[in-house]
Design a protein. Sequence first.
Lengths: 215, 215
Amino acid sequence: MINNQLNLSLYVVTDPFLPGSQPLKLVVEQAISGGAVCVQLRDKKCSSGELFKTAKELIGITKKHHVPLIINDRLDIALAVKADGVHLGQEDLPAQVARRIMPLEMILGVSVDSVQQALEAQDAGATYLGVGSIFPTATKPDAGYPIGLNTLSEICSHIDIPVVGIGGIHAENAGLVIAAGAQGVAVVSCVVGADDVTRAAEKVASAVSKALMKT
Amino acid sequence: MINNQLNLSLYVVTDPFLPGSQPLKLVVEQAISGGAVCVQLRDKKCSSGELFKTAKELIGITKKHHVPLIINDRLDIALAVKADGVHLGQEDLPAQVARRIMPLEMILGVSVDSVQQALEAQDAGATYLGVGSIFPTATKPDAGYPIGLNTLSEICSHIDIPVVGIGGIHAENAGLVIAAGAQGVAVVSCVVGADDVTRAAEKVASAVSKALMKT
């Protein structure tokens, strides 16, 4: 049984290293207007103070549009700006530890790349899973070898919480990710790195929407 | 009026980049046996997962010796391991924001280098201040130009919470820092980078102790 209250159909992850002349908050505003229903702030390089400032800026936008803001890695920053959730990788604070110290209603996302990790994250109290990399990606050099659609499908069949596929996903292959069992796709470069962010988001959102209707 | 319940006379800050063949937990154990009364875990380069593991290891040692463990920058890690406190620099989460989301009894240390910053940190609810760099230091390249003993003295005369001097402090100049008005000294390389950590800590502790008796 999937928790349908959390819509993750188009989950946009910010990346400070992508080229682009626009401020991040404009990019996020455009992504939401194009159909993003969840936004993750990811920046592992900036200072905690800078991350806090950016998160504060973004929460103003996401709250206005009733879209959850998830902070990557930093539960303290998420708590500080009253973000909707935190997303933890396998190298971050263990999910069960984070769950213990965060408010119950807060969203906990966990990155996994195997059935074993997926089950562990679910047991630890994850609200949703980010599964990947599905396809090869240049955005996250430490993302590891792509796991492919079969592993995604296997993971989806073993767990009860929503799954978003991540890694190398764009408008042309997003439908495959949904067909494999994911409830949504997480995208980075193909949206936040696009010249026309709104249009790029619309294209992925439309592909996801069509694929979801067939499931 | 100084809060005398918090003894910060010899405050040892760990640094993962210092040469040394011993595991950090042994170094901390030796520093405590040499007189360290407060330990700060500082590592801005490792993953959150690694920092959590190290913090968990150290909290076992510090609790055994009834010495507070303070985590640098990461309030989430401090909460996760139930550390005694967090220490924030001017580039970290703002002190007043951290104070709002942390338990009241938790120690909040703040790095400052001016009277203005000191007063702001005190107003924000800091438990103690780390003032520096007092002398030139190679351990923290971003520490800025040394502020010297006069500025330390000026800061101490304007605030009511305990102060530890930090930056380039060792057994030979520790007494000057106390004489300038600090309640303790924070040391990095001269203790955790020493061949004989216990002996190095003893030497600084003894210098501080002598100077404190004269104040």
